[in-house]
Design a protein around this ligand. Structure first.
Ligand SMILES: Nc1ncnc2c1ncn2[C@@H]1O[C@H](COP(=O)(O)OP(=O)(O)O)[C@@H](O)[C@H]1O
Ligand SMILES: [Mg+2]
Length: 382
């Protein structure tokens, strides 16, 4: 019997999950998303939409009544409400997994307890507590909001004693934690999947370049030696083993200057650094997620070609409606826009993948091509 898929969140990730679902009509007949923005990206590609806040209890219940299985594209859904529904509708990743991941402190504790390497961290209870603990952590150190953080907005890098107060103030009223600053050589990630039967699959390690705390470029595969990619893969598989949840997870990691691999954070969902899979792999991360939660065998995660993904962000001085962006037709370049009406500085509006279809393996050249394309994109008021 075909199923109705409910997704909490209908942004670009929900949109690409919807597109993947539409290619699996033998399993999924309908997609409904819960999202507060009318005509959200997922609705633009054919999902039905309940217009409400992600944490709106009645709306989540309504979504569950209309769906056979529920998943999410954001980690901020109300895990308590979801927990109360569990049993009546299948929810993956499970609300108990979501609950651990939603709180960066609980998440790191969970990882440490399972012997998965992470940077040193501790919960912060008060300003005095922060003042005390930072002496042990030394400068710089990071103060992080434990919940509802993304694109670096929940982080404050404390460089010296004079910034302690400002850092604490920034997250006033929110639970926080302190974390040792990792002087990393590279940021990398593994997109991993686990289906409801426990089968695990990982995509090859990718390299992530951030600008202003937002992912700018992903290079697949990462430019590291095979020892490091094997270690990252081992850590990712172990993480999936202990987490129990089903679905795709984005596992962000640091490679330190002395070649250690540390987990930074886990996203319980498809991940921006997995967008390259739309072209680089036989199974995209979106299809993989649906396979995982439907209980189908996981698809191949082999990389067909070296691929670079580049995010298209709203420029710093541009607000409001913009003309649809088109890219010059170039070999091996694939554009995906997210159908967002209005641009805002740093808002993710689309991405493009540059695929090394002739297998030159010349990453420098591919990067140059990527940057050229990025710089040629113009935003024009509509
Ligand atoms: N302990 C750390 N040491 C050094 N840089 C860090 C550390 N934690 C986070 N960062 C940097 O900040 C970025 C965002 O932090 P992250 O914890 O992943 O939060 P978000 O939820 O905003 O993605 C990371 O991708 C990394 O560049
Ligand atoms: Mg992150």
């Amino acid at each position: 019997m075909t199923k109705t898929l409910g997704i909490i969140g209908g942004g670009q990730l929900g949109m690409m999950l919807t597109e993947a679902a539409k290619k699996m009509p033998e399993y999924i007949s309908d997609v409904i998303v819960l999202d507060p923005t009318p005509k959200c990206p997922a609705a633009r590609v054919g999902a039905k939409q309940i217009i409400a806040d992600f944490k709106d209890k009645n709306a989540i219940v309504e979504l569950s009544l209309q769906s056979d299985l529920i998943t999410y594209e954001i980690e901020s859904g109300d895990s308590k409400v979801l927990e109360s529904l569990h049993g009546e509708v299948s929810i993956n990743p499970s609300p108990s997994t979501l609950k651990i991941i939603q709180d960066k402190f609980l998440q790191k504790q969970f990882l440490r307890q399972n012997n998965i390497p992470v940077a040193e961290f501790d919960a912060i209870e008060s300003l005095e507590d922060l003042e005390r603990k930072i002496i042990q952590y030394q400068y710089p150190a990071l103060l992080k909001a434990r919940r509802d953080a993304y694109d670096g907005r929940g982080n404050f890098k404390i460089e010296d004693h004079s910034q302690i107060h400002a850092a604490y103030q920034q997250f006033s009223g929110r639970d926080t934690m302190i974390e040792k600053f990792v002087d990393f050589k590279m940021e990398v990630s593994v997109i991993a999947a686990r289906n409801i039967h426990g089968e695990i699959a990982t995509y090859p390690l990718v390299e992530n370049i951030h600008k202003n705390n937002i992912l700018e470029i992903t290079i697949a595969p990462a430019r590291v030696d095979s020892k490091i990619s094997a270690e990252a893969d081992r850590i990712a598989k172990k993480t999936m083993d202990v987490l129990h949840g089903a679905g795709v997870f984005g596992i962000e990691m640091f490679v330190t200057k002395d070649d250690k691999v540390l987990v930074n954070e886990i996203a319980p969902r498809v991940h921006n650094s997995g967008h390259h899979t739309l072209q680089s792999s036989k199974t995209s991360q979106f299809e993989q997620h649906l396979r995982a939660i439907l209980g189908l065998p996981l698809g191949s995660t082999n990389l067909k070609h070296t691929t670079i993904m580049c995010n298209i962000l709203g420029p710093s001085d541009f607000f409001g409606k913009y003309k649809p962006i088109s890219l010059e037709q170039k070999d091996g370049v694939y554009l995906k826009m997210y159908h967002k009406d209005e641009a805002k500085p740093q808002r993710k509006l689309g991405h493009f993948n540059v695929v090394d279809e002739h297998d030159t393996k010349d990453v420098e050249k591919l990067l140059e091509k990527t940057r050229q394309i990025k710089n040629s994109i113009r935003f024009i008021q509509n």
